[in-house]
Design a protein around this ligand. Structure first.
Ligand SMILES: C[S@@+](CC[C@H](N)C(=O)[O-])C[C@H]1O[C@@H](n2cnc3c(N)ncnc32)[C@H](O)[C@@H]1O
Length: 389
């Protein structure tokens, strides 16, 4: 009988480090900010889950459809209708959004094949996210995918950081990622002076912006290099991420979602529920580049040609439905608060504990309601399509 490989057993990730291992692809460096390892969306399908609070991300996917359809068709024609197409969605999260993307790509491929009298290919749909992502909730929606997408498609999960190698060399035809690349692999050093705020604000020192930008440069360049190894020539990539559209790199509007989170935490500091120093040592592993920064990194990395680079309006309010408007401001504040809660709760719990969360997001909802008339937003959605050289 063959001996079992004992190298699997001494290391039990869920007991030693919360299952994080080196999933961020940061070379196993010890992180000064342990809560960063808790980055993941809230799993399950409960009322605070990402699956039930990702309407904004769904709207973004709908809006970016034309770029995906155009690039899928151009890729297929340029590669002369390969018999098997491998597609990856990086940062698929838990819930059904990823299947909206996958069925649209598969249906676009099949419709073009039919139009040109070609046999439809098999499609290998690979859904990637961090190992702690609730893939089970995602896979429960696979039945809808099978119903809505015609032709032979196969679904698989790929756990791991997109800041590390995920696929064999030259195997991917199409890469998609929506609302994931603004998450960094780690927090940079140099944020110690960012007091009273969880992200860049008008009162942050310029060095804080520079530290964040350098981390984004490092992460996004390595993302491009890794994908360039995994993709075939003339393969396509469509990336959508949160960005900003203002010249002053420190400016964020008064109703910026992280500014409202900082204000809500400060309320709890004033009430003696959160300690000053706990707020000062919490910063988000997030960066919202402007168009110029994205272009510069892509050009310097050198593996991809830029196709489209679009800027879309960002509005958390878009995630509300008619019912919310009829119910009024309080309800809309609650919905925006739920959306931010679903993306940040695991990290907040890891740093501040579970007890403050309900109170924190009640404050958040109230802050949103007070800002519901603000029109000048510094936040945008950036969409970029890339062709592998
Ligand atoms: C806001 S969700 C977006 C999910 C989905 N694409 C959508 O549009 O609804 C961002 C996802 O990116 C994932 N993510 C963040 N950093 C990642 C990394 N380094 N590697 C893989 N996934 C990552 C998070 O775990 C999360 O599920």
């Amino acid at each position: 009988m063959q001996e079992t490989d004992s190298s699997f057993f001494p290391f039990v990730p869920s007991l030693s480090d919360g299952g994080k291992g080196d999933r961020y692809g940061n070379g196993g460096k010890t992180n000064m900010y342990p809560f960063v390892s808790a980055l993941s969306m809230t799993g399950g399908d409960g009322e605070n889950s990402y699956a039930c609070n990702s309407h904004l991300q769904r709207k973004v996917i709908e809006k970016t459809r034309p770029v995906r359809v155009k690039n899928t068709k151009e890729m297929l024609i340029k590669l002369d209708f390969p018999p098997c197409i491998k597609v990856a969605d990086l940062g698929c999260s838990s819930g059904q959004n990823t299947f909206l993307v996958m069925s649209e790509i598969v249906n676009t491929i099949n419709a073009l094949c039919q139009e040109r009298g070609r046999d439809p290919p098999e499609t290998d749909c690979c859904l990637n996210d961090l190992p702690d992502n609730d893939f089970n909730t995602t896979f429960k929606f696979a039945c809808f995918f099978n119903k809505t997408s015609k032709g032979s498609s196969f679904i698989s999960g790929v756990p791991g950081s997109f800041y590390s190698r995920l696929f064999p060399g030259k195997s991917l035809h199409f890469v998609h990622s929506s609302y994931s690349l603004h998450w960094l692999s780690e927090l940079p050093r140099g944020l110690e002076d960012n007091k009273g705020s969880v992200f860049i604000t008008g009162s942050s020192p310029r060095t804080v912006y520079e530290a964040y930008l350098n981390q984004f440069r490092k992460d996004f360049s390595s993302f491009l290099r890794l994908r360039s190894e995994e993709m075939i020539c003339d393969g396509r990539m469509v990336l959508t991420l949160i960005g900003r559209n203002v010249r002053d790199p420190l400016y964020r509007d008064c109703c910026h979602f992280w500014t409202l989170l900082s204000k809500s935490l400060l309320d709890l500091v004033h009430e003696g529920i959160v300690r000053d120093e706990d707020l000062d040592s919490f910063n988000l592993p997030f960066y919202d580049p402007d168009e110029g920064e994205v272009k510069e990194i892509i050009r310097n990395e050198g593996s991809f040609e830029i196709g489209e680079l679009e800027t879309h309006e960002f509005d958390l309010g878009q995630s509300l439905d008619e019912r919310d408007y009829m119910l009024g401001r309080d309800k809309s504040g609650e919905r925006e608060a739920n959306c931010i809660r679903a993306v940040s709760e695991p990290m907040l719990v890891a740093h501040f504990g579970q007890d403050i969360i309900d109170a924190l997001f009640e404050k958040y909802a109230r802050h949103v309601s007070r800002h519901s008339d603000c029109r000048h937003k510094s936040t945008v959605t950036l969409v970029v399509s890339l062709v592998k050289k």
